[in-house]
Design a protein around this ligand. Structure first.
Ligand code: PLP
Length: 393
């Protein structure tokens, strides 16, 4: 018999009842240190007073009106995002995959309006993840996500991550855009080197292509800059965000330059919930914290501390771990054992981590985590590793 909740997830037997900062409290009272943050979502941790206040203040006034009317909270958040980024304009969604949908539509509409209707192609990379909508799974293209869901949305040219020759070969007259995560999350915390991101920008400029960045996971302060591409000193034409932008409230956005967005005129796209007063009130409160230079510097400082501790962990447990990678508070532990076993051993040590592809365990703590809590997380990883050495899973 099928469960009443569609069984598409394999869930850990943990039931959290509340959260405080970097901690999750299980129904039985155990306190788990949260190095997953709901998959890079709870940027300010759990029950942050500023977010609780923003949400409850708005909840007492107005929840929803639809985009038939003006929404001041949406305007305010758009102004903040435009003021803090390359973008001239913003569309609000409720999730990362909806942001991917619009990014794809926006790129195609751009070329359509330019009269270059053949430029429907978009180059994407192996190991990428853009969400679970029909467009997003076709964009990522992995068999795991697409098998059985055909016919897939056509037009995606899949290139191996890091394969420059393949990239150049994939660009023909039908390609209008390149879409990439500056740091792959689900793909196993693979950081695109600054030089490669710069080269991508140069290639787009040379060929007249739109550069679409998926910063759903790596954006909103996660890497120590508001957006990850800032490290490379480049800007995209279109960018998807979600996850951290709502701090736990479902919210996403597509940011774009005026030029890239020029095809998206009245009536070409829409959303019933996207940019609703609740989500945008919370989004404003998130932005007020993460866009602060002092906050971002703290993220980088704490990231340096964590990385050093993780290097020590890897050196001490060479049979369990192979290496550390990542940037900011988006770290990956490359494992020599199954990542799922490390995550499970973490649960026994009351630690939350998140598995990824490429044999990696992800560490994505709230950006507000303290140095003491990061040290405690590594201590708990030590406990997990020691348990796996004693009794391999
Ligand atoms: C999570 C994620 C998405 C999809 O976001 P949803 O909110 O789950 O739809 C898209 N791109 C990246 C890089 C992600 O990490």
């Amino acid at each position: 018999m099928i469960p009443s909740v569609l069984p598409t997830y394999s869930r850990a037997p943990l039931r959290f009842e509340s959260g405080e900062g970097s901690w999750l409290i299980e129904a039985d009272g155990r306190r788990f240190l949260d190095m997953g943050a709901g998959i890079a979502v709870n940027a300010l941790g759990h029950a942050h007073p500023a977010l609780v206040k923003a949400l409850t203040d708005q909840a007492n006034k107005l929840w929803h009106v639809s985009n038939l009317y003006e929404i001041p909270q949406q305007q305010a958040l758009a102004d903040k995002l435009v003021g803090a980024s390359f973008a001239d304009t913003v569309f609000f969604t409720n999730s990362g995959t909806e942001s991917a949908e619009l990014a794809i539509k926006m790129a195609r509409k751009y070329w359509y309006e330019k009269g270059q209707t053949e430029k429907t192609g978009i180059v994407t990379f192996s190991g990428s993840f853009h969400g679970r909508s029909n467009g997003a799974i076709a964009a990522a293209g992995s068999e795991k996500m697409t098998k059985g869901f055909g016919p897939l949305l056509p037009g995606f040219h899949h290139v191996e991550w890091g394969d420059t020759e393949g990239l150049h070969a994939a660009i023909d007259d039908t390609v209008g855009a390149i879409m990439v995560e500056p740091v792959q999350g689900e793909g196993g915390i693979r950081v695109m080197p600054d030089a490669e991101l710069k080269a991508l920008r140069a290639l787009c400029d040379e060929k007249g292509l739109l550069l679409v960045l998926d910063e759903v996971q790596c954006g909103m302060g996660r890497t120590g800059r508001l957006f990850a591409h800032e490290w490379a000193g480049i800007t995209p034409d279109i960018m998807m965000v979600a996850k951290g932008i709502g701090g736990g409230f479902p919210l996403g956005a597509v940011l774009a330059t005026a030029e890239a967005a020029s095809g998206m005129t009245a009536g070409t796209h829409g959303s019933t919930y996207g940019g609703n007063p609740l989500g945008c009130a919370v989004g404003c409160a998130v932005m007020d914290h993460v866009a602060e230079p002092a906050f971002l510097e703290e993220v980088s400082r704490k990231a340096g501390f964590l990385r050093q501790k993780l290097e020590g962990l890897v050196a001490a447990h060479p049979d369990i771990f192979e290496g550390v990678r990542g940037i900011g508070l988006m770290m990956g532990l490359k494992c020599r054992v199954a990542p799922a076993d490390v995550v499970k051993a973490g649960y026994a040590a009351e630690l939350i981590t998140v598995p990824a592809a490429d044999n990696v365990v992800r560490l994505l703590p709230p950006l507000t985590i303290s140095e003491d809590e990061l040290a405690e997380a590594v201590t708990r990883l030590e406990t997990a590793a020691t348990a796996l050495e004693r009794e391999p899973a």
